[in-house]
Structures are given as structure tokens and as C-alpha cells.
Unconditional design. Structure first.
Length: 489
């Protein structure tokens, strides 16, 4: 690890942004459960390094990253639509960032579950093995699907005991991203009436992460804010288009869980759609359905409004901010239909395609067909139409839509083989069904980590067949579909 070039640009901000502190690492029977080779390679970490005692000590919170500065960040936010005040990294410790020659930005490493921080509130600073495995798998799955996301480098586990609904064992997952700055990071300084620190954070994010998309100098702060906001609006809209296209439900879309870089962050009670229910709510704490699948696009916009409002502290007029926010719908639909043209194998879009797309979603919802396989099996209708029809309760209704789709394909300038290859490169054969994560957790708890490794391999390349994974390419067993989860982690 000593050969890595470690920095921490966030630590160069004013001390009000964070607290420097020591971690409280795992202690009893600490083991390295898994390392994601793809993420390790991205960071320039070899197998020799990750098999070393030094790596285990760092990733279990027992040692700092050489040359790094360990800290936890403060932020605020809205939770379930209600202002929650100060929040912050209650169990996350930023170790520093590794400069990666193959990447245009240094990548930060953050440990989740490494002990108490000044922002822990009523928590214990720990993460349980169960939720750590779920986050680890989700990070691999979203990366494999091409959805912008934080990554997960490793999981360390222990026999340390922590109490949730029951007594469980503690673990630490190491997260990787260019930055973990979130909407709530800006909201915090608005709420505390600190325009100086709000401006400092704005300048930091713009110079470190959006320098190639913004002018080097601005005469007017308003222009800088509006240009920056436009980028965040677009990235957020595109992220929502990706989520909706793969059937991802985040579960806790609070403003403190929204990345200004347009990344999926903070995997808690998330899920991937199985049988399609547009109003599916995976988080059992979400009694009102605020964060249902069908609400995510609108909630993201609501969150953007709260984020944008922070800049009124810098004298930006609400009308000017609203003019940028008004672009969100176009940004979302442009990306959403671009992705769906690819998912349906269409090289060119016609004026009637919106209706074809919408009717397909209506068909899936009405018949509660398997979301992932309804798209995937479309690629094989020339040779196995019945396999696709079997996904629907009323095959005759599905057949009627299919005939319209086949008629549309006649005007698309691709061969059937070209179209199939395009569709199979964007429509996964595998998705992270909740029962799969539960099986991996149970296997690890029973002393068999091999299934976790197998699932990471499947999920990081979900578009090709994997030997031994045949049942994961089928609809979930009825009793294991659309499981509801808690925030407990």
C-alpha cells in the first residue's frame, strides 16, 4: 500500500466541513471476506497487496491509509420529506484518495462501519455483515449494469457483536468514489447561514470534479451556480433514467443520500424489480410510499429543488434556479428513451415509438411480468417466441403488442443478429434479486464464502451466460418475489 499515491483533497477544506478522528476498527477474529478484483485493479492494488496483513489492517479500520488523513464529514438533509437538521457520516470514515493513472480523478476510499463519529447520533458506528454484503453486491451489480454508482473494494468481517433487531456480527465495507459530497453537504451551510462555506464547497466541487465542464473563471457567481446546477440536474436526471431502466428501487432517497456527481450512493433497503409492480415499495419504513419505484423520478426533482434552494444564500434568485430545474424533465426523457431504444433493439427512433414503449410498460404492469426477462427474452423472439410469451399471464394480450413490435422492426435497418447482439449487450440476463443476496448472506454466515464470489462474477458481467447460474436467469420463486426490507443495518 505504501507504493500508492495517496491524497485527501477534502481535508484541504476548512475544518468546519469534517472532523479528523481515529477509527475504532474490528477486533475479534477479523477476516478479509472478499476483494473485488475489478475495483482493486482500478486502484492499482495487486493480489499480493490485498493478501497482505497491512491491507487487512487498513480495510478493517485498524490502521490508516499510508499518507492519508482519516475524517468524517458533516452534512444535513431532508429525510422522508422532513427537514432532519444536521446528519453527517455517522459510521463512515474517509481514508483518503488514491491517484489512479488510468482515471481522470483520484478515487476516495471510505470505510463504512469503522466506529463512532461525532455524527453518529443514536447509532453505534457499526455495520452488520448482512447489510455489508448487500451493499457490496449492489455496488458490483450496478457497475456491471453500467449504472453510475459508488464501488465497493472489500468486505472485512469479524466476530464483534452488534445489536439490531437481534444480535449480529460486525463488518466493514470499503466504498470507492471520486467524492462522497451530496446534496445535503450544500444544504448544511444554507441551514447554518454560512455563505462563505457554501461558496467554498461550490468552488471545491467545481474545480475538482467539473473543471472540464465549466469555465475556469466566472465574473458573476450567478453564472457559476447556474452552470453547476445544470450539470447536477442533468446527471441526476440521467441517473434516474438508468434506475428506471433496470428496475432499481433505492428505498431511501433522502437528500443526504443524493450524490452531486450523479452516482448511486448509500445502499440500504434497496431492491431490483422482479415481477413488475410500478408502485413497489421495498422499504417497510416507507408507509406512505414516498420512495416507491413510480415516484423516484419525481422525488429526485424534489430533492434537486431543496439542493438548489441552498444557493439563494449566495443571492441567486429563485426564478433563475427554477429555470435550470425546469430542464430536468427533458434531460430525463431524452436519456430514458435513448436507453429504451437500445433495450428494444431499435437503431433509429420514429414518432410512434413513444407509444410502443409506453404500451410495453403498461403490458408489463398489467400482467406483472418479470421486469428483467421481459426485456431480455425479446432478443430471442425470432427463434423462441413462446419463451417470452410465457412471462405473461395473458399471452394473447402480450402477442398483440409483440405483433406491433415485430412490425416496427421491419423498418429498422439492422439484421436480426445485429439487433440481438445489441439487445443482449444492454438487457441483462441476471439481476440482483433479493433472494440471491439472502442466499449469499446465509452461505457466508455458514462459513461458505464461495457463493458470494460467484455472485460478484455474475453481477459484474450480467449480459452473458454463466455456467452454474441457470436458476438465477429465471423468474424468482413465487415465495421469494418482491421481498420488503428494513433500514436496519
Amino acid at each position: 500500500m505504501k507504493t500508492l499515491k495517496v491524497t485527501n483533497s477534502f481535508a484541504e477544506l476548512s475544518p468546519e466541513f469534517y472532523t479528523r478522528l481515529e477509527m475504532q476498527g474490528l477486533k475479534h477474529d477479523v477476516q478479509l471476506l472478499h476483494v473485488n478484483p475489478k475495483v482493486a485493479a482500478l486502484l492499482g492494488i495487486s493480489r499480493e497487496v490485498w493478501e497482505s496483513p497491512e491491507f487487512l489492517n487498513i480495510m478493517s479500520g485498524q490502521a490508516n491509509l499510508p499518507g492519508g488523513i482519516t475524517l468524517s464529514a458533516v452534512y444535513s438533509g431532508h429525510q422522508f420529506g422532513v427537514w432532519a437538521g444536521q446528519l453527517g457520516d455517522g459510521r463512515a470514515h474517509l481514508l483518503g484518495a488514491i491517484e489512479v493513472p488510468t482515471h481522470d480523478q483520484a478515487l476516495e476510499i471510505q470505510l463504512k462501519g469503522a466506529g463512532l463519529t461525532p455524527y453518529s447520533r443514536m447509532g453505534d458506528g457499526r455495520a452488520v455483515l448482512r447489510s455489508s454484503i448487500r451493499e457490496y453486491l449492489a455496488s458490483a451489480a450496478m457497475d456491471g449494469l453500467g449504472v453510475p454508482t459508488t464501488l465497493a473494494l472489500s468486505i472485512t468481517m469479524s466476530e464483534d457483536r452488534v445489536r439490531r433487531e437481534r444480535v449480529e456480527t460486525a463488518a466493514i465495507v470499503s466504498r470507492v468514489a471520486p467524492s462522497f459530497v451530496r446534496f445535503g453537504s450544500f444544504q448544511h451551510w444554507y441551514a447554518n447561514k454560512r455563505p462563505d462555506l457554501l461558496r467554498e464547497l461550490l468552488d471545491y466541487v467545481c474545480s475538482h470534479f467539473f473543471a472540464d465542464q465549466l469555465k475556469p473563471n466566472y465574473d458573476d457567481i450567478k453564472d457559476k451556480v447556474l452552470d453547476f446546477l445544470a450539470i447536477v440536474v442533468r446527471k441526476t436526471a440521467h441517473l434516474m433514467a438508468h434506475w428506471q431502466s433496470v428496475g432499481f428501487v433505492h428505498g431511501v432517497m433522502n437528500t443526504d443520500n443524493m450524490s452531486v456527481l450523479g452516482l448511486t450512493i448509500d445502499y440500504g433497503p434497496y431492491g431490483f424489480m422482479e415481477n413488475f409492480y410500478p408502485n413497489w415499495v421495498i422499504n417497510h419504513s416507507d408507509q406512505g410510499g414516498r420512495y416507491a419505484f413510480s415516484q423516484q423520478v419525481n422525488i429526485a426533482l424534489w430533492n434537486l429543488y431543496q439542493f438548489a434552494n441552498s444557493f439563494t444564500l449566495l443571492g441567486i434568485e429563485e426564478d433563475d434556479l427554477r429555470s435550470v430545474l425546469d430542464k430536468y424533465a427533458d434531460d430525463f426523457y431524452d436519456k430514458f428513451f435513448e436507453i429504451h431504444a437500445q433495450k428494444l433493439g431499435l437503431l433509429e427512433l420514429s414518432s410512434d415509438d413513444d407509444e410502443l414503449f409506453n404500451d410495453f410498460w403498461t403490458l408489463m404492469a398489467k400482467q406483472a411480468s418479470d421486469f428483467t426477462l421481459s426485456f431480455r427474452r425479446l432478443a430471442d423472439i425470432d427463434t423462441n417466441e413462446q419463451q417470452w410469451l410465457d412471462l405473461f399471464k395473458d399471452p394473447s394480450e402480450a402477442k398483440a403488442w409483440l405483433e406491433r413490435y415485430q412490425s416496427r422492426l421491419l423498418s429498422d435497418p439492422q439484421s436480426p443478429q445485429e439487433r440481438k447482439e445489441r439487445m443482449n449487450s444492454i438487457n441483462p440476463l441476471y439481476t440482483l434479486r433479493t433472494y440471491m443476496a439472502e442466499e449469499a448472506i446465509e452461505a457466508v454466515q455458514n462459513g461458505s464464502p464461495e457463493l458470494l464470489d460467484f455472485m460478484v462474477k455474475i453481477l459484474q458481467n450480467p449480459f452473458i451466460q454463466h455456467s452454474g447460474a441457470e436458476r438465477y436467469a429465471q423468474p424468482s420463486p413465487l415465495e421469494k418475489q418482491n421481498i420488503v426490507l428494513s433500514c436496519s443495518s
